[in-house]
Design a protein around this ligand. Structure first.
Ligand code: BG6
Length: 509
């Protein structure tokens, strides 16, 4: 209405309305794969169960497997029953399954894609999905060119006026800078940049988004969030599982390419970036890119990085085998299952503050956290214990499990003496909120359907991350094998030495 005065209350209420996807079809490639079965299909059901998918929604699975429609429905039903986060409700499933279709075929087969185009068109007509299609490529990247070419050839990438077409791609986005560029060139030929959604599922985690809330919705933390107060930052992603059935993907890739290039560098970017001018995709990505382009490697990569490979050991009460004895792993594999590195961030806010990143499989326990460790008080007039960590205040964002935030500080020990000991103050999601956190994939699939891209990295971020990692990978490739560490421990000795040289130590979460 011309001249209408914006009503702040109305805006505030509007923002609280849940976001619901509009009419759309999601086409899922790689639908028989692990990710689709364990995460994607259950997440789609969970969205439906939460009322976030419209009745005008359709799902099309495409796979080689010789399934009839009913087989796919049964398989999807079982995957949902087993892995969905929310309770199974017959009526939700019935409504959802009425919009499910299956297309059997090979990726290089023109006829299969013609059949796909026909099925999607028919579904669009039956369900009223408005010609809006998303294509989720849950496939190895080497298959992308074929699928993209086929989508284009069959006319599926060309929307009618007012409708949209989007493509979702899963990491790995290449295995180095050059291959990431090649991959992007392939995608770029078919979809414009604003229609490409690159999934880094860490960004879909509530606790990862909470880094931004913590920093920019409060006044308490930002004044100390800099080199004046922070001694160093530790970003840990530890897993207790081994390589499992993923040997084919993992071997030759290793821990750094698998998760540092994406999840951990994204965490670093969120922790180190400046405040975006708004909560929009472009503003956030711009800040992340600025900070990623300011990341520096240590001059001596031998001293500033560490890598390891798990050896046999005990994971709790279970005896587990050596990486080299895992199924599908060559007995001379030099792939690292543990990686750690010390990075710098050359900005006014962070110059001189080390960011230590580490990740590994078969470590002591599963935990992902970001810890800002603060400088010690310049002068201590109270008596303190002899633990070396004592006196280092820390703010720990617990990404998973046990999602929350911990603040560690010194406090007086009750008694006649003025003795100080470290205590913690905890915020735990489970206790503060009644609603359980959605799975990362629920949030990200919903964002794709809504067309909301803040949580999806741009190609520039992908390239900047490879620029950081490539020299490390080259250095490692030329310098022998990773050091072995016993399964169930906290990684190779060289990782501890990396921090010890700086007079610091890894946190033991
Ligand atoms: C994936 C990696 O991106 O993240 C896996 O490829 C890893 O190797 C997984 O196990 C961990 O995800 P999450 O959400 O369980 O921390």
């Amino acid at each position: 209405m011309p001249g209408a005065v914006p009503n702040p209350l109305r805006n505030a209420l509007d923002r609280r309305l849940p976001r619901i996807a509009g009419p759309s079809v999601l086409v899922l490639f790689g639908v028989t794969g692990d990710l689709a079965q364990k995460k994607l299909l259950p997440a789609i059901y969970d969205l439906a169960n939460r009322g976030l998918l419209p009745p005008a929604f359709g799902l099309v699975g495409f796979a080689r497997r010789d399934w009839e429609h009913q087989d796919f429905i049964r398989q999807t039903h079982d995957a949902v029953r087993e892995h969905a986060r929310t309770p199974f409700r017959e009526e939700v499933w019935r409504q959802l399954s009425e919009g499910i279709r299956f297309v059997q075929g090979e990726l290089h087969d023109d006829e299969a894609f013609d059949k796909l185009a026909h099925t999607v068109g028919e579904l669009d007509h039956q369900r009223g999905t408005g010609g809006n299609y998303g294509f989720y490529l849950s496939l190895p990247p080497k298959l992308f060119p074929t699928v993209l070419k086929q989508l284009k050839r069959s006319g599926l990438t060309e929307p009618d006026p007012g409708a949209w077409r989007r493509v979702v791609i899963e990491k790995p986005f290449g295995h180095d800078l050059e291959s990431a560029r090649d991959l992007n060139a392939v995608v770029d030929e078919v979809f414009p940049p604003q229609s490409v959604f690159r999934i880094d599922h860490y960004l879909g985690k509530e606790t990862v988004q909470n880094i931004m809330a913590l920093r920019f919705a409060n006044t308490l933390f930002e004044p100390v969030w800099n080199r004046g107060y922070v001694d160093h930052v530790q970003i840990t992603m530890a897993e207790d599982i081994g390589v499992g059935g993923r040997a084919g993907y993992y071997d030759g890739i290793g821990a750094a390419r698998d998760v540092i290039q994406n999840h951990l560098l994204q965490l670093l970017a969120l922790v180190a970036m400046e405040e975006p001018v708004s909560f929009t995709a472009d503003a956030i990505r711009t800040e992340k890119e600025k900070v990623l382009s300011a990341v520096t490697l240590p001059p001596d990569l031998a001293a500033g990085t560490a890598r390891g490979q798990y050896a046999a050991g005990w994971q709790g009460s279970t005896e587990v085998r050596d990486y080299l004895e895992e199924e599908g792993i060559p007995s001379d594999s030099a792939t690292e299952t543990y990686a750690a590195m010390k990075l710098g961030v050359n900005t006014r806010r962070w110059a001189g503050v080390p960011f230590y990143l580490r990740t590994g499989k078969r470590l002591g326990r599963r935990v992902t956290e970001v810890a800002l460790v603060f400088q010690r008080a310049p002068h201590q007039m109270f008596s303190r214990g002899d633990v070396s960590e004592l006196g280092e205040n820390a703010l720990v964002v617990r990404i998973q499990p046990d999602e929350g935030v911990t603040l560690r500080f010194g406090s007086k020990v009750p008694g006649a003496a003025m003795e100080v000991r470290d205590v913690t103050m905890d915020f735990t999601y489970g206790q503060s909120f009644t609603e359980a956190s959605p799975e990362a994939y629920e949030r990200l699939i919903l964002d794709v359907l809504i067309g909301d891209p803040p949580l999806f990295p741009r190609q520039e971020e992908v390239e900047l991350s490879w620029k950081i990692l490539d020299p490390v990978e080259e250095f490692w490739a030329k310098n022998g094998r990773p050091e072995q560490y016993e399964a169930g421990t906290w990684g190779p000795a060289s990782a501890d030495e990396l921090l010890a040289r700086d007079g610091r130590q890894w946190r033991r979460p």
